[in-house]
Design a protein around this ligand. Structure first.
Ligand code: PAF
Length: 294
Protein backbone atom coordinates (compact mmCIF):
# COMPACT_ATOMS: atom_id res chain seq x y z
CA UNK A 1 0.00 0.00 0.00
CA UNK A 2 1.43 3.39 -0.94
CA UNK A 3 0.17 6.51 0.75
CA UNK A 4 0.04 9.68 -1.31
CA UNK A 5 -0.54 12.83 0.68
CA UNK A 6 -3.09 15.08 -0.89
CA UNK A 7 -2.69 18.83 -1.10
CA UNK A 8 -4.92 21.39 0.51
CA UNK A 9 -7.86 21.72 0.94
CA UNK A 10 -8.75 18.11 1.72
CA UNK A 11 -5.87 17.12 4.01
CA UNK A 12 -6.75 13.51 3.28
CA UNK A 13 -4.30 10.83 2.26
CA UNK A 14 -4.88 8.71 -0.83
CA UNK A 15 -3.91 5.07 -0.39
CA UNK A 16 -2.83 3.21 -3.52
CA UNK A 17 -3.66 -0.49 -3.61
CA UNK A 18 -2.62 -2.95 -6.28
CA UNK A 19 -3.81 -6.07 -4.41
CA UNK A 20 -7.53 -6.74 -4.05
CA UNK A 21 -7.05 -8.53 -0.72
CA UNK A 22 -5.34 -5.53 0.91
CA UNK A 23 -7.99 -3.13 -0.40
CA UNK A 24 -10.77 -5.40 0.88
CA UNK A 25 -9.13 -5.40 4.32
CA UNK A 26 -8.99 -1.58 4.28
CA UNK A 27 -12.67 -1.38 3.27
CA UNK A 28 -13.66 -3.93 5.95
CA UNK A 29 -11.84 -1.90 8.62
CA UNK A 30 -13.58 1.29 7.49
CA UNK A 31 -16.96 -0.45 7.53
CA UNK A 32 -16.34 -1.81 11.04
CA UNK A 33 -15.62 1.77 12.08
CA UNK A 34 -19.08 2.67 10.83
CA UNK A 35 -18.03 4.42 7.62
CA UNK A 36 -20.16 4.29 4.49
CA UNK A 37 -18.24 3.47 1.32
CA UNK A 38 -18.56 5.12 -2.10
CA UNK A 39 -16.90 3.55 -5.13
CA UNK A 40 -16.12 5.04 -8.55
CA UNK A 41 -14.79 2.52 -11.08
CA UNK A 42 -12.80 4.11 -13.91
CA UNK A 43 -10.35 3.17 -16.63
CA UNK A 44 -8.11 6.09 -15.71
CA UNK A 45 -6.99 8.98 -17.94
CA UNK A 46 -9.16 10.92 -15.55
CA UNK A 47 -10.98 14.09 -16.54
CA UNK A 48 -13.53 16.35 -14.87
CA UNK A 49 -16.30 13.83 -15.60
CA UNK A 50 -14.57 11.17 -13.50
CA UNK A 51 -13.75 13.68 -10.79
CA UNK A 52 -17.42 14.62 -10.54
CA UNK A 53 -18.03 10.98 -9.48
CA UNK A 54 -15.47 11.38 -6.70
CA UNK A 55 -17.14 14.65 -5.65
CA UNK A 56 -20.56 12.95 -5.55
CA UNK A 57 -19.07 10.16 -3.46
CA UNK A 58 -17.49 12.62 -1.09
CA UNK A 59 -20.87 14.31 -0.54
CA UNK A 60 -22.71 11.06 0.20
CA UNK A 61 -20.15 8.68 1.74
CA UNK A 62 -17.56 8.71 4.50
CA UNK A 63 -14.89 6.93 2.46
CA UNK A 64 -14.44 7.13 -1.31
CA UNK A 65 -12.58 4.50 -3.30
CA UNK A 66 -11.80 4.74 -7.02
CA UNK A 67 -10.41 2.12 -9.34
CA UNK A 68 -8.15 2.71 -12.32
CA UNK A 69 -8.14 -0.38 -14.51
CA UNK A 70 -8.17 -0.59 -18.28
CA UNK A 71 -10.31 -3.70 -18.53
CA UNK A 72 -9.20 -5.89 -21.44
CA UNK A 73 -12.43 -7.92 -21.42
CA UNK A 74 -14.57 -4.98 -22.58
CA UNK A 75 -12.45 -4.32 -25.70
CA UNK A 76 -12.80 -6.35 -28.89
CA UNK A 77 -9.50 -7.46 -30.48
CA UNK A 78 -9.66 -4.69 -33.12
CA UNK A 79 -10.43 -1.95 -30.55
CA UNK A 80 -8.15 0.49 -28.72
CA UNK A 81 -7.10 -1.49 -25.62
CA UNK A 82 -3.39 -1.10 -26.37
CA UNK A 83 -3.50 2.60 -27.14
CA UNK A 84 -6.04 3.54 -24.43
CA UNK A 85 -4.38 6.41 -22.48
CA UNK A 86 -2.73 5.35 -19.22
CA UNK A 87 -1.22 7.78 -16.70
CA UNK A 88 -1.52 6.47 -13.16
CA UNK A 89 0.75 9.15 -11.67
CA UNK A 90 -1.47 11.91 -13.01
CA UNK A 91 -4.64 10.01 -12.03
CA UNK A 92 -3.51 9.53 -8.43
CA UNK A 93 -2.58 13.23 -8.17
CA UNK A 94 -6.05 14.20 -9.40
CA UNK A 95 -7.78 11.73 -7.07
CA UNK A 96 -5.74 12.99 -4.13
CA UNK A 97 -6.64 16.58 -4.96
CA UNK A 98 -10.35 15.65 -4.78
CA UNK A 99 -10.06 13.94 -1.42
CA UNK A 100 -10.41 10.37 -2.67
CA UNK A 101 -9.35 7.96 0.09
CA UNK A 102 -8.12 4.96 -1.85
CA UNK A 103 -7.38 3.96 -5.41
CA UNK A 104 -7.25 0.41 -6.69
CA UNK A 105 -4.95 -0.14 -9.65
CA UNK A 106 -4.72 -3.90 -10.11
CA UNK A 107 -2.58 -5.77 -12.63
CA UNK A 108 -4.40 -7.33 -15.58
CA UNK A 109 -3.03 -10.76 -14.72
CA UNK A 110 -4.42 -10.55 -11.18
CA UNK A 111 -7.91 -9.54 -12.32
CA UNK A 112 -7.99 -11.88 -15.31
CA UNK A 113 -5.49 -14.71 -14.89
CA UNK A 114 -4.95 -17.04 -17.83
CA UNK A 115 -7.50 -19.57 -16.52
CA UNK A 116 -10.28 -16.98 -15.86
CA UNK A 117 -13.55 -18.35 -17.25
CA UNK A 118 -16.61 -16.79 -15.56
CA UNK A 119 -18.45 -13.98 -17.36
CA UNK A 120 -21.64 -12.06 -16.65
CA UNK A 121 -24.17 -11.79 -19.50
CA UNK A 122 -26.88 -9.26 -18.64
CA UNK A 123 -29.10 -10.35 -21.55
CA UNK A 124 -31.18 -8.50 -24.16
CA UNK A 125 -30.37 -4.93 -23.10
CA UNK A 126 -26.73 -5.60 -23.99
CA UNK A 127 -27.48 -6.65 -27.57
CA UNK A 128 -28.91 -3.38 -28.93
CA UNK A 129 -27.42 0.09 -29.56
CA UNK A 130 -23.79 -0.21 -28.39
CA UNK A 131 -24.23 -3.99 -28.33
CA UNK A 132 -24.79 -4.08 -32.10
CA UNK A 133 -21.41 -2.46 -32.70
CA UNK A 134 -19.59 -3.93 -29.69
CA UNK A 135 -21.15 -7.37 -29.14
CA UNK A 136 -18.82 -8.47 -26.31
CA UNK A 137 -18.44 -5.07 -24.64
CA UNK A 138 -21.10 -5.24 -21.91
CA UNK A 139 -20.19 -8.76 -20.91
CA UNK A 140 -16.70 -7.41 -20.13
CA UNK A 141 -18.11 -4.35 -18.33
CA UNK A 142 -20.57 -6.33 -16.21
CA UNK A 143 -17.92 -8.91 -15.32
CA UNK A 144 -15.32 -6.39 -14.21
CA UNK A 145 -17.82 -4.22 -12.32
CA UNK A 146 -19.12 -7.25 -10.44
CA UNK A 147 -15.55 -8.30 -9.61
CA UNK A 148 -14.71 -4.78 -8.43
CA UNK A 149 -17.84 -4.65 -6.27
CA UNK A 150 -16.81 -7.95 -4.66
CA UNK A 151 -13.47 -6.41 -3.76
CA UNK A 152 -15.05 -3.09 -2.69
CA UNK A 153 -18.46 -3.89 -1.18
CA UNK A 154 -19.61 -0.29 -1.50
CA UNK A 155 -22.81 1.32 -0.25
CA UNK A 156 -22.97 3.40 -3.42
CA UNK A 157 -21.27 3.00 -6.79
CA UNK A 158 -20.93 6.00 -9.10
CA UNK A 159 -21.16 6.00 -12.90
CA UNK A 160 -21.40 8.76 -15.50
CA UNK A 161 -24.50 9.22 -17.61
CA UNK A 162 -22.41 9.60 -20.77
CA UNK A 163 -22.38 5.79 -20.89
CA UNK A 164 -26.18 5.73 -20.75
CA UNK A 165 -26.61 2.09 -21.76
CA UNK A 166 -23.80 1.01 -19.43
CA UNK A 167 -25.68 2.53 -16.49
CA UNK A 168 -28.75 0.46 -17.42
CA UNK A 169 -26.69 -2.71 -17.80
CA UNK A 170 -25.05 -2.19 -14.42
CA UNK A 171 -28.35 -1.45 -12.68
CA UNK A 172 -29.83 -4.62 -14.14
CA UNK A 173 -26.81 -6.71 -13.13
CA UNK A 174 -26.91 -5.25 -9.62
CA UNK A 175 -30.67 -6.02 -9.34
CA UNK A 176 -30.48 -9.49 -10.87
CA UNK A 177 -27.47 -10.62 -8.83
CA UNK A 178 -28.45 -9.05 -5.48
CA UNK A 179 -25.44 -6.77 -5.34
CA UNK A 180 -26.00 -4.53 -2.35
CA UNK A 181 -24.45 -1.34 -3.79
CA UNK A 182 -26.82 1.42 -4.80
CA UNK A 183 -26.08 2.58 -8.35
CA UNK A 184 -25.76 6.35 -8.64
CA UNK A 185 -25.69 8.03 -12.04
CA UNK A 186 -24.03 11.44 -12.34
CA UNK A 187 -24.67 14.02 -15.08
CA UNK A 188 -22.50 14.26 -18.18
CA UNK A 189 -19.68 16.79 -17.82
CA UNK A 190 -19.03 18.74 -21.03
CA UNK A 191 -16.29 20.89 -22.46
CA UNK A 192 -17.16 24.58 -22.94
CA UNK A 193 -18.21 23.85 -26.55
CA UNK A 194 -20.51 21.01 -25.49
CA UNK A 195 -18.35 18.00 -26.33
CA UNK A 196 -18.96 15.33 -23.68
CA UNK A 197 -15.77 14.68 -21.72
CA UNK A 198 -14.21 11.36 -22.61
CA UNK A 199 -10.73 9.90 -22.30
CA UNK A 200 -11.03 9.07 -26.02
CA UNK A 201 -11.27 12.78 -26.95
CA UNK A 202 -7.47 12.76 -26.67
CA UNK A 203 -7.38 10.71 -29.90
CA UNK A 204 -9.04 13.46 -31.96
CA UNK A 205 -6.98 15.39 -34.50
CA UNK A 206 -7.39 19.21 -34.38
CA UNK A 207 -9.90 19.02 -37.27
CA UNK A 208 -11.88 16.22 -35.64
CA UNK A 209 -11.85 18.10 -32.34
CA UNK A 210 -13.45 21.08 -34.15
CA UNK A 211 -16.09 18.82 -35.69
CA UNK A 212 -16.89 16.79 -32.55
CA UNK A 213 -19.10 19.36 -30.73
CA UNK A 214 -21.64 18.91 -33.56
CA UNK A 215 -22.68 15.70 -31.80
CA UNK A 216 -23.97 17.70 -28.86
CA UNK A 217 -25.40 20.38 -31.16
CA UNK A 218 -27.44 17.67 -32.89
CA UNK A 219 -28.74 16.47 -29.52
CA UNK A 220 -29.64 20.05 -28.58
CA UNK A 221 -31.45 20.39 -31.88
CA UNK A 222 -33.50 17.29 -31.01
CA UNK A 223 -34.31 18.79 -27.64
CA UNK A 224 -35.34 22.13 -29.16
CA UNK A 225 -37.50 20.49 -31.82
CA UNK A 226 -39.26 18.38 -29.17
CA UNK A 227 -39.71 21.45 -26.94
CA UNK A 228 -41.20 23.26 -29.96
CA UNK A 229 -43.84 20.55 -30.34
CA UNK A 230 -42.29 18.18 -32.88
CA UNK A 231 -43.23 14.66 -31.77
CA UNK A 232 -42.15 12.60 -34.79
CA UNK A 233 -38.84 10.84 -34.22
CA UNK A 234 -38.36 10.38 -37.97
CA UNK A 235 -38.42 14.16 -38.50
CA UNK A 236 -36.09 14.91 -35.58
CA UNK A 237 -33.73 12.12 -36.61
CA UNK A 238 -33.39 13.41 -40.16
CA UNK A 239 -32.77 16.99 -39.00
CA UNK A 240 -30.05 15.73 -36.65
CA UNK A 241 -28.43 13.77 -39.47
CA UNK A 242 -28.63 16.88 -41.69
CA UNK A 243 -26.75 18.93 -39.10
CA UNK A 244 -24.09 16.24 -38.69
CA UNK A 245 -23.67 15.81 -42.44
CA UNK A 246 -23.23 19.57 -42.89
CA UNK A 247 -20.46 19.55 -40.29
CA UNK A 248 -18.56 16.87 -42.21
CA UNK A 249 -16.09 14.30 -40.89
CA UNK A 250 -18.72 12.54 -38.77
CA UNK A 251 -19.91 9.07 -39.66
CA UNK A 252 -23.05 8.33 -37.66
CA UNK A 253 -23.34 4.73 -36.44
CA UNK A 254 -26.71 5.13 -34.78
CA UNK A 255 -29.11 7.70 -33.42
CA UNK A 256 -31.57 6.00 -31.07
CA UNK A 257 -34.66 7.45 -29.43
CA UNK A 258 -35.56 5.34 -26.40
CA UNK A 259 -37.96 5.74 -23.48
CA UNK A 260 -35.74 7.27 -20.79
CA UNK A 261 -34.30 4.64 -18.47
CA UNK A 262 -34.73 1.88 -21.06
CA UNK A 263 -33.45 0.78 -24.45
CA UNK A 264 -36.98 0.56 -25.85
CA UNK A 265 -37.25 2.55 -29.09
CA UNK A 266 -40.00 5.14 -29.51
CA UNK A 267 -41.46 6.58 -32.74
CA UNK A 268 -43.27 9.47 -31.09
CA UNK A 269 -41.97 11.65 -28.27
CA UNK A 270 -44.67 11.37 -25.64
CA UNK A 271 -42.62 11.60 -22.45
CA UNK A 272 -39.03 11.61 -21.19
CA UNK A 273 -36.92 10.20 -24.01
CA UNK A 274 -33.20 9.65 -24.28
CA UNK A 275 -31.55 10.34 -27.60
CA UNK A 276 -28.36 8.29 -27.71
CA UNK A 277 -25.89 8.36 -30.54
CA UNK A 278 -22.58 6.91 -31.61
CA UNK A 279 -20.35 8.24 -34.35
CA UNK A 280 -16.97 7.67 -35.81
CA UNK A 281 -14.66 10.67 -36.35
CA UNK A 282 -11.74 9.27 -38.28
CA UNK A 283 -10.44 6.42 -36.14
CA UNK A 284 -12.17 7.65 -32.97
CA UNK A 285 -15.56 6.38 -31.87
CA UNK A 286 -17.56 8.75 -29.65
CA UNK A 287 -20.92 8.37 -27.89
CA UNK A 288 -23.22 10.94 -26.34
CA UNK A 289 -26.82 11.27 -25.23
CA UNK A 290 -29.39 13.75 -24.00
CA UNK A 291 -32.72 13.39 -22.27
CA UNK A 292 -35.45 15.28 -24.14
CA UNK A 293 -39.23 15.58 -24.06
CA UNK A 294 -39.65 16.31 -20.36
O1 PAF B 1 -17.08 3.44 -17.76
C1 PAF B 1 -15.94 2.94 -17.67
O2 PAF B 1 -14.93 3.63 -17.59
C2 PAF B 1 -15.79 1.42 -17.65
O3 PAF B 1 -16.69 0.82 -18.51
C3 PAF B 1 -15.90 0.83 -16.24
C4 PAF B 1 -17.27 1.06 -15.64
C5 PAF B 1 -14.84 1.45 -15.34
C6 PAF B 1 -15.64 -0.68 -16.29
O4 PAF B 1 -14.39 -0.96 -16.80
Amino acid sequence: VSIIMSNEPTQRALRLFTEGKALREFVDIMRREGCSIGFAPTMGALHAGHLSLIDAGRLECDVVVASVFVNPTQFAPHEDFDKYPRNLANDTALLASRGCDAVFAPRVGDMFPADFSTFVDVGPITRVLEGEYRPTHFRGVATVVLKLLQIVPADRAYFGRKDYQQTLVIRKMVDDLNVSAEVRVCPIVREADGLAMSSRNAYLSPDERRQAPALYRSLRLASELAAGGERRVSVIDSKMRGLLQQTGGIEVQYIAFVADGTVTPVDIISGPTTVALAAQLGKTRLIDNLRIGD
